[in-house]
Design a protein around this ligand. Structure first.
Ligand SMILES: NC(=O)C1=CN([C@@H]2O[C@H](COP(=O)(O)OP(=O)(O)OC[C@H]3O[C@@H](n4cnc5c(N)ncnc54)[C@H](O)[C@@H]3O)[C@@H](O)[C@H]2O)C=CC1
Ligand SMILES: CC/C=C\CC(=O)/C=C/C=C\C=C\C=C\[C@@H](O)[C@@H](O)C/C=C\CCC(=O)O
Length: 259
């Protein structure tokens, strides 16, 4: 899929990894709707991006991904403004083992909510032109992080959802691909706040620090290297792309237990 002239929606894009994804999409000729619950950061980013990329290519929409109504309204506004939705990036996420139900509601349910609500705009069976969804998961969606069982569960959930949705979409003829981006640690506000939000297993902060030192820390700009491949390469569906400071690789999964 060539990006020039396509329309993308990126959740949680006012800052961090989502912001870098929005910038990359704009640099490649796409129009972008930035959805976020941080209105001040979102508005300020749109002013900056309008100056860099010209008017009428970026839209900020206040949206909490915990609300299906707000996501639905934001998608509708995007379609009215840009004429459709070709790409959805479910990026909004939090790290909070103390408020663990909220973590599930945003990281996992928010992703499912976004995907199910964008189907009506993309589904080839109902007049849509197809599209691609990228879910921002984490390496914690492939392996474990013992300091944060809930965060780990949400990201494993996102990877499982991605693989099953991708297969279901092919089997149903929707014309919608879905892939997961799985970065290691990245220098963002979420990363900086981890120590104060560990909750039940805050005793394992030291082990987490050792893992951070072992794996290294990415910049947001480095994280999104590989993102374009998941969007543009039509052969990529149901894939999970791991991004670390020194390598990028696709995750491999065990064969079906029933084979
Ligand atoms: N920073 C890291 O080390 C890693 C982050 N990730 C994932 O990347 C994604 C982005 O994380 P970061 O950029 O690090 O975080 P961040 O905290 O820097 O940015 C997250 C953005 O999402 C927005 N947001 C949060 N809750 C929201 C909600 N309910 N509705 C709408 N917007 C909401 C925030 O306002 C913020 O603009 C998350 O899904 C995170 O789990 C994955 C691997 C590593
Ligand atoms: C603490 C979370 C901070 C930021 C968000 C995030 O998603 C970061 C993920 C970064 C790296 C995850 C690495 C996971 C690696 C595992 O697959 C194993 O290779 C690690 C093996 C043992 C770790 C044992 C332990 O966690 O104590």
């Amino acid at each position: 899929m060539a990006l020039n002239g396509k329309t993308a929606v990126v959740t949680g894009a006012a800052m961090g990894i989502g912001r870098s994804i929005a910038e990359l999409l704009l640099q490649n000729g796409a129009k972008v709707a930035i959805l976020d619950m941080n209105e001040a950061a979102g508005q300020s980013l749109v002013e900056t991006l309008n100056k860099e990329h010209g008017p009428d290519r970026v839209l900020f929409l206040l949206c909490n991904v915990e609300s299906g109504e707000e996501i639905k309204a934001a998608f509708q506004k995007t379609v009215e403004t840009f004429g459709g939705i070709d790409i959805l990036v479910n990026n909004a996420g939090i790290f909070n083992e103390i408020m663990w139900e909220k973590t599930i509601g945003i990281n996992l349910a928010g992703c499912i909510r976004g995907a199910y609500l964008v189907i009506e705009h993309m589904n080839k069976l109902t007049g849509g032109r197809g599209g691609v969804i990228v879910n921002v998961a984490s390496i914690a969606g492939i392996g474990l992080l013992s300091c944060c069982p809930v965060y780990t569960a949400t990201k494993h959930g996102v990877v499982g959802f991605t693989r099953a949705f991708a297969a279901a979409s092919v089997a149903s003829g929707y014309g919608i691909r879905m892939n997961a981006l799985c970065p290691g640690f990245a220098q963002t506000d979420l990363f900086s706040s981890v120590q104060s939000r560990l909750g039940q297993f805050s005793n394992l902060a030291g082990a987490n620090q050792e893992l951070i030192e072992k794996l290294g820390v990415l910049t947001s700009a480095e994280v999104v290297q590989g993102f374009l491949e998941l969007v543009t390469d039509e052969t990529k569906n149901g894939q999970a792309l791991i991004v670390l400071p020194k390598e990028k690789k696709y995750a491999t999964f065990p064969v079906s237990p029933t084979d």
